[in-house]
Design a protein around this ligand. Structure first.
Ligand SMILES: [Zn+2]
Length: 126
């Protein structure tokens, strides 16, 4: 009977240890910039505008085609820039860790109660 209890405790201990280590090992998802797709779109539009100007200069495009395409791209660009402007304030207001003594301002380690010194990196938390 004692052996059975020991075996159960060992199994539970191993399981908890495994779960604990696994939870710590899982990497946090890389933060994706909310403006990334807009920046990419902006870069693509600029590229298209450059290509367009080049093709117009070498005589591949008529005046009318050039103006029409250019205006379309510029409209798309202004929409993208406006969207970027609309998104950026949120990024600027990204959560800054509160100095409550529980989160290290240097390494970001979190503790259940306020500490004077970080238990992870040893720097002063106050
Ligand atoms: Zn720290």
């Amino acid at each position: 009977m004692v052996l059975f209890i020991v075996a159960v405790l060992l199994t539970a201990g191993t399981l908890l240890f495994t779960l604990f280590v696994r939870a710590k090992d899982i990497p946090e998802p890389a933060p994706v910039s909310p403006t990334l797709h807009l920046e990419e779109r902006k870069a693509r539009i600029y590229e298209n505008l450059r290509d367009l100007q080049f093709e117009y200069r070498v005589g591949k495009l008529s005046d009318e085609d050039y103006q029409k395409t250019k205006q379309g791209l510029q409209r798309e660009l202004s929409i993208t820039l406006a969207e970027l402007d609309g998104v950026k304030p949120e990024v600027a207001a990204a959560p800054a860790p509160k100095p409550d003594g529980k989160t290290c301002p240097y390494c970001g380690a979190k503790f259940p109660r306020p500490l004077k010194f970080c238990g992870e990196c040893g720097k002063a938390m106050a």
